[in-house]
Write a protein that binds this ligand. Structure first.
Ligand code: SF4
Ligand code: SF4
Length: 444
């Protein structure tokens, strides 16, 4: 980051790193050798079905359309062929634990392929946690899975949006899943989706989850909600400030936790801005596979994975690959970039990348631009219809997150808080994402 853009807390003392630490894994990840990449993420959406009916779910209508073993195996073959070091295998849905036998079979297949190709396999499952059992938890633990469990915190915060198909509370079942994962010592991230209905409860929710023993929290705003209301934005600001105070106090008490909108922004400052590897991949390196076998640039664009409408297809065939006319709504199938058997269409991918490679015009003068997720093409596509144009809600959020994170960092830097200073150095600030979903701008 340019010096005049560095936040004041980075100048507070000689113990603070004033230059970006060596994030060698980042450099390596974006420099493929031939057509292989050191790290790839393969996200397998095992089903469109789910036992919950969260109000903010971007998966669309639930249906019993599931991924077959043949599609899953073809995806694994394709992912292994493009990977030279680490394969990050992410199970997603709907609710992937509804397809437990498929998950087991594909994991075993992935382990065989990874061993044969001398790859490290890093599996993750993103789940609502309600279908975890002791046996399943033990199996996942044995295979070194990371669990990303969606839980919005307290019962009131969670049940505001995360009810089951019969309208009943899912809180107790999700918390039971969290406890199982914690008791088994599984790597665990908790995904909290923030909505106008539960924004005020965020500090209580974080305290509740931290008391349970969780220590890694990803707060994902529901970007599709209407946040463009001043009193609501003031409540959002208040909630983030209170959450950051909890984060600060936890550092002081020697029980620090990871809080996405604070730690990500501090990490971005230390690294001089988000690295290319942290930006949207758009199908260059990673694969997101719908149950049908269609490929998408991001899990949030799979939606109901409907057939591409004839008109969209016709425009694509004419060469108008990714204009506003061709990339339309997810439920029109306009976001698919290929099929698992034929692979991503390079023209479609290149066109998407071209639309997002520059800084958005409105952001050129913005002081926090290097620390802003303004180029999250998938969130932009979903919210503004243009992968290169961020929404007003995202702009508000990014400014708020940077402001709150810098204030918290300044406080702990001035106190020379040891756990905070330790966290600033590598490898903590450069930790590779263990799963795509929890670190991005998605909700689950
Ligand atoms: S957000 Fe997740 S748990 Fe909720 S309905 Fe959608 S897939 Fe199911
Ligand atoms: S989206 Fe907003 S906060 Fe982000 S760089 Fe652009 S103007 Fe700045």
């Amino acid at each position: 980051m340019e010096t005049d853009r560095a936040p004041p807390w980075m100048r507070l003392g000689p113990t603070l790193p004033l230059a970006a630490p060596a994030c060698t894994w980042n450099a390596a990840r974006v420099t493929p050798a031939a057509d292989r990449f050191p790290d790839t993420h393969l996200t397998l959406c095992l089903t469109h079905d789910c036992n919950l009916r969260c109000r903010y779910c971007y998966g669309g209508a639930k249906s019993k359309r599931h991924m077959t073993l043949a599609v899953g195996r073809a995806a694994l073959d394709r992912a292994v062929a493009r990977t030279s070091e680490r394969l990050h295998l992410v199970y997603f849905g709907g609710e992937p634990l509804l397809r437990w036998r498929t998950l087991v079979a594909l994991t075993e297949r992935a382990a065989e392929l990874a061993t044969a190709a001398s790859l490290e396999l890093r599996p993750t499952v993103t789940t609502n946690g309600t279908l975890l059992t002791d046996e399943r938890t033990a199996w996942l633990r044995e295979r070194r899975f990371v669990l990303a469990i969606s839980c919005d915190g307290t019962k009131e915060a969670h049940d505001a949006n995360r009810r089951d198909a019969r309208g009943r509370s899912s809180h107790a079942r999700t918390v039971a899943g969290l406890r199982r994962a914690l008791d088994a010592g599984l790597g665990l991230r908790v995904i909290l989706v923030l909505h106008p209905d539960n924004v005020d409860l965020l500090p209580d929710s974080l305290a509740f989850l931290h008391d349970l023993g969780a220590g890694d929290f990803v707060v994902n705003p529901d970007w599709s909600a209407d946040w463009q209301d001043e009193p609501l934005q003031a409540r959002w600001e208040h909630a983030y400030e209170a959450a950051a105070r909890l984060w600060t106090d936890a550092h002081r008490a020697g029980r620090p936790f990871w809080l996405s909108f604070v730690d990500d922004k501090i990490a971005a400052a230390v690294k001089g801005g988000y690295t290319p590897a942290e930006r949207c991949d758009l199908g260059r390196r990673n694969l997101v596979v719908a149950p049908s076998g269609r490929l998408y640039p991001c899990d949030r664009l799979v939606g109901e994975d409907r057939e591409v409408r004839a008109e969209t297809q016709r425009r694509r065939e004419k060469g108008n690959r990714v204009g506003r006319t061709a990339v339309t709504r997810a439920d029109e199938g306009g976001f698919a970039i290929g099929d698992v058997r034929s692979g991503p269409d390079p023209t479609l991918v290149a066109a998407l990348v071209a639309r997002t490679c520059g800084m958005p015009a409105d952001c050129l003068e913005c002081a926090i631009a290097p620390r802003c997720r303004n180029r999250c093409a998938c969130a932009n596509l979903a919210l503004t219809g243009d992968p290169g144009v961020p929404s007003a809600t995202l702009c508000f959020h990014e400014q708020l997150a940077v402001r709150v994170a810098d204030a918290a960092a300044e406080t702990l830097a001035a106190e020379r808080n040891e756990s905070f200073l330790r966290r600033l150095g590598p490898p903590n600030m450069c930790r590779p994402a263990r799963s795509r979903t929890p670190t991005g701008l998605t909700a689950s």
